[in-house]
Design a protein around this ligand. Structure first.
Ligand SMILES: *Cc1c(COP(=O)(O)O)cnc(C)c1O
Length: 420
């Protein structure tokens, strides 16, 4: 049987590129994707991001553009923003940031001056580069001070955060991160920010879908600004949003445009609108709760197999595994698992004695496998594959990795990926 070409115009115009896209579709279909910041978007989101909206320049905001011909684009952007404010319970949403990093840079532009002190979680503790870490522009143009997690618990020490904030008096305090397996106490951070006279930025890039689906507390009542990507658990296109109360709306908008960006990516705005519509459905609440249930079950299964989990487990979609006790470096394990059809990333663990490019841990998560319909009953098999992969990595047993890869592909074939 010959299948219809998925991208006929692309295949005709540029067969070389079309082959690469087809190969990536195959890879995403056949493998068990456990990178916690990745997902599968729906066919509808994919279609929206491939529309002629991409042909239009729209500098400015709806009703106040610098280019004519905005009859449809204005409605697209208003729709996306209205869906965001309704879903997240905020006054204002700017849907134009190109991605999470520029969104965060816009927050600095809105509320701080170069040289000001800003505070965030240290990158090796699970924070993000853009929270004032040294190698990022945010850590070179601003004075970044960093908090972490306790070595004994793996949890954020809010007393330490408070002491540091009162001593350093930062303009901005970021909470949220990229390798945090536990619930963020936005209320406690808000209290600290109020005491220190800082603007609180809740960066929910990783957990936005869980917040939207009611599987993680919302930062909306507590944070001055909520920053999020749209392409992680929220399951939208690659993009970002900044949300805030009315009092900060002007400052945020001005910082995004004309402060930092030119024309918004209208095809992405449209796809964000679609993703927000999907995230407002009851089925998305089920999805968000299933992501967490799967992560909990997977964490239990891994712990039962002797894996050392940072903080002892998870409250959300993410699990950080310290492989020191398994005698395999994170990078070796990640590369072996990749050969076994299990896609993860190597990651530092808090107080990691190894270097960031060759750290002790791997980071995994359940957003993608949940989008494919895997449930709690599949988590013992997933934990087994990870266990066999890590054991094979230590032993250099390529045959064992090949065997796992075949088993993974067989299960994934029964759970077709959305969008593909
Ligand atoms: C992913 C992420 C970002 C950055 O997003 P990009 O779109 O990759 O620039 C910012 N903050 C946090 C907490 C993230 O997880």
């Amino acid at each position: 049987m010959t299948l219809p070409l998925a991208h006929p115009a692309l295949a005709a115009a540029d067969p070389e590129l079309a082959r690469l896209v087809a190969a990536e579709e195959r890879l995403q279909a056949d493998t068990l994707r456990l990178i916690p910041s990745e997902n599968y978007v729906s066919r509808a989101v994919l279609e929206a991001s491939g529309t002629v909206l991409q042909n239009k320049y729209s500098e400015g905001y709806p009703g106040r553009r610098y280019y004519e011909g905005q009859q449809n684009i204005d409605q697209v952007e208003r729709l996306a923003a209205a869906r965001a404010t309704a879903l997240f319970g905020v006054d204002h949403a700017n849907v134009q940031p190109y991605s999470g990093s520029p969104a965060n840079l816009a927050v600095y532009l809105a509320f701080a001056e170069p040289g000001d002190t800003v505070m965030g979680m240290a990158l090796p503790m699970g924070g993000h580069l853009t929270h004032g870490w040294g190698v990022s522009a945010t850590g070179t143009w601003f004075r970044g001070v960093q908090y972490g997690v306790r070595q004994d618990t793996g949890l954020i020490d809010l007393d330490q955060v408070r002491d540091l904030a009162l001593k350093e008096r930062p303009k901005l305090i970021f909470c949220g991160g990229t390798a945090l397996p536990r619930t963020i106490d936005f209320g406690a951070f808000a209290e600290i920010a109020r005491e220190a006279g800082a603007v609180l930025v809740a960066d929910i890039a990783h957990i936005a879908g869980l917040v939207a689906g009611g599987a993680h507390p919302s930062p909306a009542p507590h944070a001055d600004v909520v920053s999020t990507t749209t392409h992680k658990t929220l399951r939208g296109p690659r993009g970002a949003m900044l949300m805030c109360r009315e009092e900060h709306a002007k400052a945020v908008d001005k910082a995004v445009f004309p402060g930092l960006q030119g024309g918004p990516h209208n095809q992405t705005t449209a796809a964000i609108a679609v993703a927000l519509h999907e995230a407002a459905q009851p089925s998305f609440r089920d999805y968000a709760h299933a992501v967490v249930a799967n992560a909990r079950a997977l964490a239990e299964q891994l712990a039962a197999r002797g894996f050392d989990l940072v903080s002892g487990g998870t409250d959300n979609h993410l699990i950080l595994i310290d492989l020191s006790g398994k005698d395999v470096p994170g990078k070796t394990a990640a590369k072996a698992l990749d050969r076994a059809g299990i896609v993860v990333n190597y990651n530092t663990v808090p107080y990691d004695p190894r270097k960031p490019f060759d750290p002790s841990g791997i980071r995994i998560g359940t957003p993608s496998l949940t989008s494919r319909g895997l449930g709690v009953s599949h988590m013992p098999a997933v934990a087994d594959w990870i266990d066999r992969g890590v054991t094979a990595a230590r032993a250099g047993d390529e045959a064992a990795l090949t065997a796992v890869r075949a088993e993974v592909a067989e299960l994934m074939a029964a759970f077709p990926a959305p969008g593909l």
